[in-house]
Design a protein around this ligand. Structure first.
Ligand SMILES: *[C@@H]1O[C@H](CO)[C@@H](O)[C@H](O)[C@H]1NC(C)=O
Ligand SMILES: *[C@@H]1O[C@H](CO)[C@@H](O)[C@H](O)[C@H]1NC(C)=O
Ligand SMILES: *[C@@H]1O[C@H](CO)[C@@H](O)[C@H](O)[C@H]1NC(C)=O
Ligand SMILES: *[C@@H]1O[C@H](CO)[C@@H](O)[C@H](O)[C@H]1NC(C)=O
Length: 400
């Protein structure tokens, strides 16, 4: 008879579990000793004085004073509140003819759950985060059941870390099953309502903005600025597996037009900064593979001024400096602990070489053009002189 022996143990466990759940349940809805009753605002609510023989007269009090509402049935043990408003909330007590307290009922009024405003973010490949707000203020204690499913599979819980924060997280979503159905069900004493949201992972994927953007001058280069940044904090640390692309935008302070650069590494060299001018620089990120994913928000705007030759006489530069006298010539000089990417160095010196090459080519072209022009002019002049000489000679040789 092992069944009989184990039975009491099992019963005790079930008993404890039941107590536990009953306790939790009552704690969610009420935390005081008196009975609590919930009603719908605007509806008719009936309060019943328990433990009274039917038909016997009772006297009702609200918040300790006699009830002021007109009652349709004064002679019974029930109190009917018509078209309830917030002022009808509070503590009701019923008393018998001798004034003895029979029961206390706490009345709370509100609305059943409505639809929720749900929004979901996908800040990286490992996380969907959904948050929600009530569209209808219910005035009542509320809890939420958050779940998700895909392709009609069994729903899984969407994990809520803090019960009071309307937010839940789906970890390690499967990107190859891109359609997620998120179900947030609001439950309160007057009912429940589910709000269903579809999440298309690829379209919703939106990295956080790049972090720790810095921009510094390049020594000896009056048109260059070196911009560097970190991956968004929430992005996986191995960018080889989850590459991002970045857009850098920059403009001289006061200009409306942004120039832009695209790169897949966490740094860029601006080659065409305006000499002597303070610039604004900002960066954003997008998944490099999923083209219809979203660009991040822009990073913080940082400012920097390209290097200028300190030995130049002030006349040339004063004009620039007077435009924005508040800013120091280099800005910001926040040092980055990160050493620049090696591929970035290559890229930087490559573009530098190209720029130098182009510059040299242009110079050669200009110099040759000038030389040719001079040569042609000289030749013409030579011809003229020769002609003049010959004619002079001819004149001289003419017999007088
Ligand atoms: C409340 O009761 C009054 C009187 O009995 C009735 O006229 C009214 O329609 C009721 N209101 C609601 C919302 O049921
Ligand atoms: C109603 O009763 C609860 C406890 O039962 C108490 O905390 C609360 O202050 C009371 N409210 C009023 C308005 O008397
Ligand atoms: C009774 O107390 C509740 C708050 O507990 C308040 O909302 C309500 O207006 C009070 N009503 C009266 C008539 O005092
Ligand atoms: C949403 O979740 C609630 C609570 O788990 C459940 O009762 C309801 O059926 C779900 N709705 C859908 C459409 O899956």
């Amino acid at each position: 008879m092992p069944g009989l022996v184990s039975c009491p143990g099992g019963l005790i466990v079930i008993g404890i579990l039941t107590l536990f759940f009953v306790h939790i349940n009552s704690e969610i809805w009420s935390n005081e000793v008196s009975d609590i009753q919930f009603g719908s605002l605007g509806s008719n609510v009936t309060l019943i004085c328990g433990g009274v023989q039917h038909g016997s007269l009772v006297h009702w009090r609200q918040n300790g004073s006699s009830v002021r509402f007109r009652q349709p049935h004064t002679s019974s043990s029930t109190l009917v509140l018509l078209n309830t408003t917030h002022s009808m909330e509070g503590n009701y007590s019923c008393h018998n003819q001798r004034g003895v307290l029979l029961q206390t009922i706490r009345l709370r009024l509100g609305y059943p759950p409505g639809y929720l405003g749900v929004s979901c973010q996908v800040p990286n490949h490992f996380k969907i985060q959904c948050s929600w707000t009530q569209r209808v203020t219910t005035y009542l204690p509320t809890k939420y059941i958050a779940s998700y499913s895909m392709n009609d599979e069994r729903p899984q819980p969407c994990e809520q870390e803090l019960i009071d924060v309307n937010k839940c997280t789906i970890s390690n979503p499967e990107f190859w099953k891109p359609k997620y159905l998120v179900n947030i069900t609001e439950v309160n004493p007057l009912g429940s309502n589910s709000t269903i949201t579809f999440v298309d992972l690829a379209k919703t994927l939106k990295p956080d903005a790049p972090d720790a953007v810095t921009c510094v001058e390049v020594n000896g280069k009056p048109t260059q600025l070196l911009v560097q940044w970190d991956l968004p904090k929430s992005w996986p640390a191995n960018p080889a597996a989850f590459p991002l692309k970045f857009e850098v935008q920059y403009r001289p302070v006061g200009s409306n037009l942004w120039s832009k650069l695209e790169t897949e590494i966490t740094g860029a060299m601006i080659m065409d900064a305006l000499v002597g001018h303070l610039h604004h620089i900002r960066v954003r990120a997008q998944d490099a593979f999923i083209n219809h994913s979203q660009w991040s928000e822009w990073s913080q705007v940082v400012q920097a001024r390209p290097w200028s030759d300190p030995s130049l006489n002030t006349e040339e530069t004063t004009e620039e400096f007077y435009e924005s006298p508040i800013f120091p010539s280099t800005f910001p000089v926040k040092a980055t602990e990160k050493s620049p990417d090696s591929s970035f160095d290559e890229n930087g010196s490559m573009s530098l070489l190209i720029a130098l090459g182009l510059f040299a080519a242009v110079m050669v072209a200009v110099v040759s053009a000038i030389t040719i022009l001079l040569w042609v002019r000289n030749r013409r002049r030579d011809n003229v002189t020769k002609q003049e000489l010959t004619s002079m000679v001819k004149m001289k040789s003419l017999p007088i």
